[in-house]
Write a protein that binds this ligand. Structure first.
Ligand code: NAD
Length: 282
């Protein structure tokens, strides 16, 4: 917890003058989707360490409940709930349940994602449906459900996770990059639509970050990770970036904390690129 004082989430509230107060989420409630591992888990833990009560959700029910229990054991205020973000009725029910039990929703991080390895020439309808259901529709469903509550309350922060894939041309990941581009554009439209209600909408566009999503390239047939292939793969990805490094989930989580907190009260409709500079024209 960063400070003892609980602050309202309304963007019209006075700008906190101390660093601790600007990033303090005490008394706030956050939902993070896709929080069983990777960027979602690191972000959920960071929001909880800043004082929020965090509802970790994921389609992997047992894993997300175990992760939430581990954070609770650290003394943080967390719960783990099963949720498939591609099911709109379930997303609405989860948000309603959280608000009924906790009385508010201040932060909604729509982070759940899946990836494909398809070419624009051969991507199938099934590939598109699978990836767009989570990466695009899941963001729409989560953002709409949160916006409904936040508009009524007069404030809140919605953080949609896209990707560096929206900034560069890619002849692979076709379902993924098109779904992320759709989520990017949706987020900007929603930001305009609800700005006057003091609800902020921003996107986090991560660069290559070391999470389970990227392990598919370095797994042996038995599912274990090949450490040599992994080291080579990570080095190759690091070489892409001007900073010559790859990301840790916590690199993304600190940007999420900024977007969730009053420190970013003047920020909406923006893309925060945490990517070592890889999408700069250079
Ligand atoms: N890791 C990277 O390099 C990278 C780069 C750019 C963007 N991203 C984005 O960051 C976000 C987090 O990815 P990550 O790297 O932590 O990957 P990850 O695979 O570790 O985490 C994604 C989580 O989403 C969950 N999920 C999948 N389908 C779901 C569904 N239908 N409903 C609810 N949860 C579901 C998974 O179970 C998993 O826990 C994703 O949106 C991803 O596209 C990641």
């Amino acid at each position: 917890m960063l400070g003892a004082m609980s602050t309202p989430s309304h963007e019209t509230a006075p700008l906190p003058r101390s660093i601790a107060a600007a990033f303090d989420l005490s008394g706030r409630v956050a939902i993070v989707t896709g929080a069983a591992g990777g960027i979602g888990l690191a972000s959920a833990a960071t929001l909880a360490r800043a004082g929020a009560h965090v509802v970790l959700t994921d389609v992997q029910a047992t894993q997300v409940q175990n992760q939430a229990a581990a954070l609770t054991d650290e003394g943080l205020s967390c719960e783990g709930v099963a949720l498939d973000v591609s099911r709109q009725a379930d997303v609405n029910a989860l948000v309603d349940d959280v608000v009924a039990r906790h009385g508010r929703l201040d932060v909604m991080m729509n982070n759940a994602g899946v990836i494909d390895d398809t070419s624009p020439l051969t991507v199938t309808e099934a590939d598109l449906d699978r990836v767009h259901a989570v990466n695009f529709k899941g963001v729409v469903f989560g953002a709409q459900a949160a916006a409904r509550v936040m508009i009524a309350a007069g404030g809140g922060s919605i953080i949609n996770v896209t990707s560096g894939a929206v900034d560069i041309a890619l002849a692979q990941y076709t379902g993924y990059s098109t779904a992320k581009a759709a989520a990017h554009q949706f987020s900007r439209g929603l930001a305009i639509e609800i700005a006057k209600k003091s609800v902020r909408v921003n996107t986090l566009a991560p660069g290559w970050t070391d999470t389970p999503m990227n392990e598919r390239h370095v797994r042996n047939e038995d599912g274990s990770i090949d450490p040599t292939r992994k080291a080579d793969y990570v080095q190759q990805r690091a070489n892409w970036a001007p900073l010559q490094m790859t990301g840790d989930p916590l690199d993304q989580a600190y940007a999420v904390l900024y977007l969730a907190s009053d420190a970013s009260r003047y920020v909406t409709g923006q893309v925060i690129r945490v990517n070592g500079g890889v999408t700069m024209p250079w």
